[in-house]
Design a binder for this molecule. Structure first.
Ligand code: URP
Ligand code: ZN
Ligand code: ZN
Length: 482
């Protein structure tokens, strides 16, 4: 392992930026400051970061690699997906273990751990709660206390598959509070979606244009409100994944205004792509955009940007879940059978920089907050990840704000045959990506190594939980002494 000295760049953290050199030794940041004052170990490689921003490597808190879903499996596995991530400046992903209903949680967890061994970048897991009984309750404890899981996912959609009902939501949220683990939700009312899907098909609207019609924003807003209400009653923080519309952004902002600890994630795709894609005359193009929640009318994009700018929404992700044209064709005659999911793990950082920082919506520090630091804080791996500081993991992206490229399936590193950002020219690109102190992306050359990624354990009881416990103690029901 070679040590690295990054010289002459501008270090950007979520809370400050300054000109500084960064020394990486044995995969850890050994020093940040003025290299002329340090003893540099012999054999250290120097990277000239003049004109570049030195930022924490991106953390994508929402990916699905090697995901068996809707009768097929994503084309990106943990190697190709994390290699693509590194090419885009993302050095850690948080993926999902998703047990089939009735499958023991621990079985699913070990299955996913096995698939992830080939990852080229660091990874961690949220675990989905798709059913409920005493064994699930117990396995949640084992996962938190022995395996470093500190977040559980609840799909409020995908009826007859992985959807969990309100009773499961309540049981699981209560258990999350006991364990100091963050409950997260995919907020869409699965019953309504199911009904609307049947109605579309009955009306003979069978193409991808029916996908957004069966999942209108109200369906998302209702579920977000419901999940937030359950979390409020249980006294547990909550994280809403892929907030795509004004209705759920407002539900989060309202609850936060009442003092509730609610967090929201936004996908890069939802910030810049609108629902006109579903009316494209080519089935393959339209189907390639089928994901849930769907892309929305353009007016929702401003609500998402405003949420990120105001601090009412907190993280950005991709929901990278890639299915190729032949897989999408399973829904040729019935849109509800098109495997749901789109890519983006490689493009997220550049798309958000270009549309966010270049437009003046975000400062570089705010960019760091929403692409890595906030995720690290919420999922309790800060400042090991999400921060350029002595002692942190040497996971860095050296960002060239003047570099430019045109995004395309013909040049991306995912195995997918489609890129939802096809043809978009972005200014602001990763010149170098450093993972565990090693150069893994250098001026267009990808040096990802299969199996180099590490499983990252995340401790329970992040900062939100001591606040939640104090709050609970204060409002605990009291009997009247008579
Ligand atoms: O369409 C999507 N988002 N596919 C992946 C599963 C999910 O809902 O996150
Ligand atoms: Zn989802
Ligand atoms: Zn997802």
């Amino acid at each position: 392992m070679r040590n690295l000295l990054i010289k002459g760049g501008t270090v950007v953290n979520a809370d400050h930026q300054r000109r500084a050199d960064v020394l990486c030794v044995d995969g850890i940041i050994a020093a940040v400051g003025d290299a002329s004052q340090w003893d540099i170990p012999a054999g250290t490689e120097t990277v000239d970061a003049g004109g570049l921003y030195v930022m924490p490597g991106g953390i994508d808190p929402h990916t699905h690699m090697n995901f068996p879903f809707m009768g097929t499996t994503t084309v990106d596995d943990f190697y190709s997906g994390t290699a693509a991530a590194l090419a885009g400046g993302t050095t850690t992903i948080i993926d999902f273990v998703i047990p089939n209903p009735q499958q023991p949680l621990m079985d699913a967890y070990h299955q996913w751990r096995g698939w992830a061994e080939k990852a080229a970048a660091d990874y961690s897991f949220h675990v989905a709660i798709t059913w409920w009984d005493e064994s699930v309750r117990q396995d949640m404890g084992t996962l938190v206390q022995q395996e470093g899981i500190n977040s559980f996912k609840h799909f409020m959609a995908y009826k007859n598959a992985i959807m969990c009902d309100d009773e499961t939501l309540m049981n699981s949220f209560r258990r999350c509070l006991e364990l100091g683990a963050m409950p997260t939700v995919h907020a869409e009312n699965g019953e309504m979606v199911y009904l609307l899907q049947q109605e579309m098909l009955k009306q003979g609207i069978t193409g991808p244009e029916a996908h957004p019609l069966s999942r209108p924003p109200e369906v998302e807003g209702e579920a977000a409100n419901r999940a937030i209400t359950v979390a409020s009653i249980m006294g547990v923080p909550i994280y809403v994944v892929h907030v795509s519309c004004r209705e759920s952004a407002e539900a989060i902002a309202r609850a936060r205004g009442r003092g509730q600890r609610v967090y929201g994630e936004v996908l890069a795709g939802h910030l810049v792509i609108d629902d006109s894609v579903y009316r494209h005359p080519d089935f393959g193009f339209a189907a390639a955009h089928v994901m849930s929640p769907p892309f929305r009318d353009k007016s929702h994009q401003s609500a998402l940007w405003h949420g990120l700018q105001s601090g009412q929404l907190h993280t950005t992700a991709t929901d990278h879940c890639t299915f190729c044209a032949s897989q999408k064709a399973a829904g040729r005659d019935n849109f509800s059978k098109i495997p749901n999911g789109c890519g983006g793990v490689e493009e997220r950082m550049a798309v958000i920089w270009d549309a966010g920082v270049n437009s003046g919506r975000l400062t570089p520090g705010e960019f760091v907050a929403i692409t890595s630091a906030n995720t690290a804080r919420l999922f309790n791996i800060y400042p090991r990840k999400g921060c350029v500081a002595q002692g942190a993991d040497a996971d860095l992206v050296l960002w060239d704000p003047a570099g430019s490229k045109t995004l395309s399936a013909s040049t991306h590193h995912s195995r997918n045959d489609f890129n939802i950002f096809e043809g978009r020219t972005v200014t602001g690109v990763p010149a170098f990506t450093i993972s565990q102190g090693q150069l893994v992306w250098a001026d267009g050359e990808l040096r990802a190594r299969e199996g180099a990624g590490r499983y990252i354990k995340r401790p329970a009881f992040g900062p939100d939980f001591s606040a939640a416990a104090a709050w609970e103690r204060q409002r605990a029901p009291q009997a009247v002494a008579r």
